[in-house]
Design a protein around this ligand. Structure first.
Ligand SMILES: [Zn+2]
Length: 331
């Protein structure tokens, strides 16, 4: 048996041991906590990084899916709430068997081709009448005289922002005149050799360039092809594409070929894959830029009529389309 005193000493000893132990444990606990904190904070930081990373990737994914949804909607033609969009106007000038098309949005003007040299007056007359002093874009689909012929006159008559063209050379007289006018204005054209996208007051425009450096048909198949989506309506301007370029269009996956309106390629000339192309586009309305002397091929008209497409011919005069993103009207 231990005496009380002994016990007391023993108690003091135990107590001191406990205190020392506590102090030791306290320190090591603190150290452990420190470590814990360090670890925790580094885990925390890792978490934050991971969270930020995942937030970032989920934001991207959301953007991606929004983008994908929008693209899918465009593809299906069932775009956002439309209808209340400002009206745009598309004019297909009667320049005979040639192209000169003006797209007028709320704030911008984009011209596709400029017709012949001797039909330039028609365009300049319209600019004067409508008080148009500036074109934001002039897109030359290719350099045949019925597309580039009036370009020098347009460039001299109004201010032109950007001139876009395919990346190839021509030795045609009208092309040379256009080049000379550009030189005199100190302008450099933008060579479209990759798919280009732009947005003009809600009109989503895609310019699809030739994918090859050589075609059997040296000029026409270099045509820049333009797709425009405005609200629920879509428009395809197919330049003078012939069979090789139509095949390319049928095979590409950058945009859906299905459009509400088609500017029929090459003034209504029939190609061996015309039927396949028209079916893929399946337009509600087609515009054919042709003349009395050089009308569209009967088979092309039949193919389009077979698809239930309404056809407007520039032979009957300038064709105008008004579109509010939900409906369009042709005159
Ligand atoms: Zn042409």
């Amino acid at each position: 048996m231990k005496s009380k005193r002994t016990k007391k000493r023993y108690d003091i000893y135990v107590c001191m041991m406990l205190i020392m132990g506590s102090i030791f444990l306290g320190f090591s606990g603190c150290a452990a906590m420190e470590d814990g904190k360090t670890q925790a904070s580094s885990v925390g930081e890792a978490d934050i990084t991971a969270t930020e990373g995942s937030e970032e990737s989920s934001t991207k994914a959301a953007e991606g899916s929004e983008e994908a949804d929008a693209m899918a909607a465009e593809g299906n033609g069932e775009i956002r709430e439309a209808g209340a969009l400002p009206e745009i106007k598309i004019t297909f000038f009667d320049v005979g068997k040639g192209d000169a098309i003006l797209i007028e949005t709320a704030e911008h003007k984009l011209m596709i081709d400029a017709g012949y040299e001797d039909t330039a007056e028609i365009l300049l007359g319209y600019f004067k009448e409508q008080r148009i002093g500036k074109l934001d874009y002039l897109v030359l689909t290719h350099f045949d005289k019925d597309h580039v012929g009036g370009a020098d006159h347009v460039l001299e008559a109004v201010e032109v922002g950007e001139v876009l063209q395919p990346d190839y050379q021509s030795d045609g007289k009208q092309y040379e005149e256009y080049e000379k006018a550009m030189e005199e204005l100190g302008k450099e054209p933008m060579l479209v050799d990759e798919t280009m996208r732009m947005s003009l007051d809600g009109a989503e425009i895609l310019i699809y360039p030739p994918q090859r450096k050589e075609y059997e048909e040296e000029d026409n198949d270099f045509s820049l092809v333009i797709s425009m989506v405005y609200g629920e309506k879509s428009f395809l301007f197919a330049g003078d594409c012939e069979k090789e370029r139509l095949k390319e269009l049928l095979g590409q996956e950058e945009f859906s070929l299905s459009h509400n309106m088609l500017k029929v390629p090459h003034h209504g000339r029939k190609e061996k894959n015309s039927a396949e192309f028209f079916e893929a586009v399946s337009p509600d309305v087609a515009v054919i830029t042709c003349s009395e002397e050089k009308p569209a091929d009967g088979e092309v008209v039949e193919m389009l009529e077979g698809l239930g497409t309404d056809i407007y011919f520039s032979t009957d005069g300038t064709v105008a389309c008004f579109c509010d993103g939900e409906n369009f009207r042709f005159f």
